[in-house]
Write a protein that binds this ligand. Structure first.
Ligand SMILES: NC(=O)c1ccc[n+]([C@@H]2O[C@H](COP(=O)([O-])OP(=O)(O)OC[C@H]3O[C@@H](n4cnc5c(N)ncnc54)[C@H](O)[C@@H]3O)[C@@H](O)[C@H]2O)c1
Length: 282
């Protein structure tokens, strides 16, 4: 069981959504929270909420897509607190684009944050955990790391890759005292779709509909997601599914590994709202 009280917990993407709620929950459990994001204002709000709750927090403006910045940040944590105990690589972005329209630049933008950001965060902090002989690494994938969705090829690629990377590391760390968890949230009501990058051609019309469609589908609150993550950390769970939707979707893709798409999408073009016909009309 991973102890949280008195530990130093690093969490990326802490300015919003799941990251903010988890940072707050960790602080309430007595962790010293190192909250990371690129959003200065959002980070300040997270810190204010933690301070109001009587928790300990320090904030760091770090772009997880920069390997140098993440390693420099890890050094800062080593100097300030003697290293991290719990590292939650949560920062992420979304993107809506079909493969044929997806530019390499957009693909790389997403992979750099959602995949390489997780790898950098893991590699930068792993030596600190090794030196202590214990600790917990929590990498946030998605249900989209379990099955694929039209218009989400880049996001799917990153989230499947996070899962593969994290599971391999979990096997490598067996018996080391370092626990490695992979988180697969279902729909969580956050800003992720409102902040998503959309393919240029339909940006204006589709963005709002996709965000609204997402809000309709995403039933779990960030606070509930944080509770599930904290409970998973405490119980040393290797695989943390969040939400009934995640559990059902996990079963569907196992039962129908090749044909789940015929049930889940039924002619829809993506996770937003459009059917093939609606998309063709635009
Ligand atoms: N919301 C969902 O339904 C859902 C489902 C499955 C997985 N997830 C994953 O959960 C994680 C958190 O997402 P969320 O829903 O809370 O989204 P969110 O948009 O509310 O929060 C994401 C945070 O990451 C930060 N961020 C983005 N790029 C960054 C960078 N380069 N460096 C540092 N910080 C950066 C953002 O500023 C933001 O504060 C993501 O990895 C996401 O893919 C979310």
């Amino acid at each position: 069981m991973t102890e949280i009280r008195g530990k130093t917990a690093v969490i990326t993407g802490a300015a919003s959504g799941i990251g903010r709620a988890t940072a707050l929950a960790l602080a309430r459990e007595g962790a010293r929270v190192a909250a990371v994001d690129v959003d200065r204002e959002g980070l300040a709000e997270t810190a204010a909420q933690i301070a109001r709750a009587g928790g300990q927090v320090s904030t760091y403006l770090v772009d997880v897509a920069s390997r140098d910045a993440v390693h420099a940040f890890a050094q800062e944590i080593e100097s300030a607190f003697g290293g991290a105990d719990i590292v939650i690589n949560n920062a992420g972005v979304a993107q809506v684009a079909r493969v044929e329209e997806l530019s390499f630049e957009d693909f790389e933008w997403l992979m750099n944050i959602d995949f390489w950001g997780v790898v950098y965060g893991t590699k930068a902090f792993l030596p600190q955990l090794r030196a202590k002989g214990e600790g917990h690494i929590v990498n946030v994938s998605s249900v989209f790391g379990l099955f694929a969705v039209p218009t989400q090829a880049a996001y799917n690629s990153a989230k499947f890759a996070v899962r593969g990377f994290t599971e391999a590391l979990r096997h490598e760390m067996r018996g080391s005292g370092i626990v490695v968890s992979c988180v697969h949230p279902g729909g969580i009501k956050t800003n992720i779709m409102r902040n998503a990058r959309f393919l240029q051609s339909v940006q204006q019309t589709v963005r709002e509909e996709a965000a609204t469609g997402f809000d309709r589908l995403a039933r779990t609150t960030p606070e509930r997601a944080a509770d599930v993550i904290i409970s998973g950390i405490r119980k040393n769970k290797g695989r943390i599914l969040i939400g009934t939707d995640a559990k059902i979707l996990d079963i569907i893709q196992r039962l129908m590994p090749a044909s789940y798409g015929s049930i889940l999408f039924r002619g829809r073009t993506g996770i937003g709202a459009l059917t093939e016909n609606e998309a063709a009309e635009r």
